[in-house]
Design a protein around this ligand. Structure first.
Ligand code: HAM
Length: 424
């Protein structure tokens, strides 16, 4: 192995069995997004570094130490592999004036890159499906975003729990910031190095610390919830009222601050205790200031992103990952006349919408049948000289009981289609 090249640490290959599971998952997600009226946006994986610095915040873990940033040697530009999708979605909306005629419901999917310490559920290349509702100010859209995720969990057969908080508006956060600094200054001895460094630049981030030693001083910290202005409180009450009326349970977590700086008002995370330390499967909230901050006409916004790897791991734990079926037919043949007939039969099966693998590489019927079985095909379609001469095929069920039968090609297509329907 020492001489072979391996994939980059924290970046995984998705082999065919897994890729098929992803396809099944993505098909459910695409249909769910369509039913809620969200439309896909595709943006580049590389962006100018300044976009993420401005959007996510200079004093965040992502910008300070997790971005894959490099200088394009051809023109000296600093570029970054996207660590998340919200900044790109907002940049694209501004660049193409998408909000000229009102709000837009958008989604995107794809790889994101963060130079974190890899562990179960945490990768350096991971995949998100993100949803952004741009241009909507009311609590109804916050509740829609949360309710639609609850709907998806039912479809996927998983049950993460919802944590909810509000970060209020700028004035409240300013007041809270001053109180937080005073609190941490009073407990300077209890602060770790990270907290000391962030005390005056971004004290809210200290609340997000993963260091257990910081837990007591964080638990005693002043709560943003207590500083809320009337409008932010009314907004939060509106979100809660709608969630209550849809029967969506949540826990208010005043310590939920999120790791990116663009949020205001509603923030939420869907969490599970079944995946170990990396238990957040979906997270988001409102970010009313970001469009203006990135140079657009002020527009409110809210959204979330979910981690595909974590959701699939949770589905696996719940036993709801469905294995994709193999092909409908594996066509085996021997002899020259049989070869030409086998090609015609395989083409006819495919034209009828069936998945037909045509054996390649020759070999005895016995070895070909082994390949047919290993392919997980439902039926072997067997063509020897007799079948070729009669323009027929022999059909042998590989997964179910049943006799081998010799039939016309059209009849074989009917039988295979019937089997597909029964399989669902
Ligand atoms: P985030 O909390 O940084 O938010 O990431 C969202 C989700 O992506 C996480 O809850 C997790 O499921 C997944 N995730 C994050 N990092 C990793 C990793 N290293 N390995 C595996 N999965 C990971 C955002 O990215 C925001 N853009 C969400 C948002 C959209 N807010 C508003 N709109």
């Amino acid at each position: 192995m020492s001489n072979t090249i391996q994939s980059v640490r924290g970046m995984n290959d998705c082999l065919p069995d897994t890729a098929e599971t992803w396809q099944a998952f993505e098909a459910i997600v695409r249909d769910w997004l369509r039913r809620y009226g969200y439309r896909e946006l595709r943006t580049p994986i590389l962006e100018q570094t300044g976009l993420f610095k401005r959007a996510i915040g200079e004093v965040t873990d992502i910008v300070e130490k997790e971005m894959y940033t490099f200088v394009d040697e051809l023109n000296g530009e600093s570029l970054t592999l996207r660590p998340e999708g919200t900044a790109s979605a907002v940049r694209a909306a501004i660049q193409h004036n998408l909000l000229y005629d009102g709000g837009k419901r958008l989604w995107y999917a794809g790889p994101m890159f963060r130079h974190e310490r890899p562990q179960k559920g945490r990768y350096r290349q991971f995949h998100q499906i993100g949803v952004e509702a741009l241009g909507f100010a009311g609590p109804d859209i916050d509740a829609e975003l949360i309710a639609m995720t609850a709907d998806l969990w039912r479809a996927l057969g998983i049950a993460p729990t919802l944590q909810l908080n509000t970060l209020g508006d700028a004035d409240a956060r300013q007041r809270h910031r001053a109180r937080l600094i005073a609190h941490y200054e009073q407990h300077a001895d209890a602060l770790d190095e990270d907290a000391r460094r962030r005390l005056h630049s971004n004290p809210l981030r200290i609340l997000d610390s993963k260091n257990p030693a910081m837990a007591p001083v964080n638990a005693a910290a002043p709560r943003l919830m207590d500083e809320l202005d009337g409008a932010a409180r009314t907004h939060f009450d509106g979100v809660r009222r709608l969630l209550d009326s849809c029967g969506i349970a949540y826990e208010i977590n005043p310590r939920l601050v999120r790791g990116l700086d663009y949020y205001n008002r509603t923030v939420f995370e869907w969490v599970t205790d079944q995946l170990g330390a990396q238990g957040t499967v979906c997270a988001g909230g409102r970010y009313d200031g970001l469009v203006e901050q990135l140079g657009g006409k002020p527009a409110p916004a809210a959204g979330f992103a979910m981690g595909i790897e974590r959701l699939l791991a949770l589905m696996e734990a719940a036993g709801t990952v469905c294995a994709m079926p193999g092909p409908d037919a594996y066509v085996v043949y021997a002899g020259e006349a049989a070869e030409a007939h086998a090609w015609r039969v395989a083409a006819a099966l495919r034209a009828a919408g069936l998945a037909a693998v045509l054996h390649a590489g020759g070999g005895s019927f016995k070895s070909q049948m082994k390949k047919a079985d290993a392919s997980r095909a439902r039926f072997a379609v067997i063509i020897g000289d007799d079948e070729a001469a009669a323009g027929q095929v022999s059909l042998k069920p590989l997964r179910d009981t049943g006799e081998q039968m010799r039939v016309e090609t059209d009849r074989a297509i009917d039988v295979l289609k019937q089997a597909c329907i029964q399989q669902g």
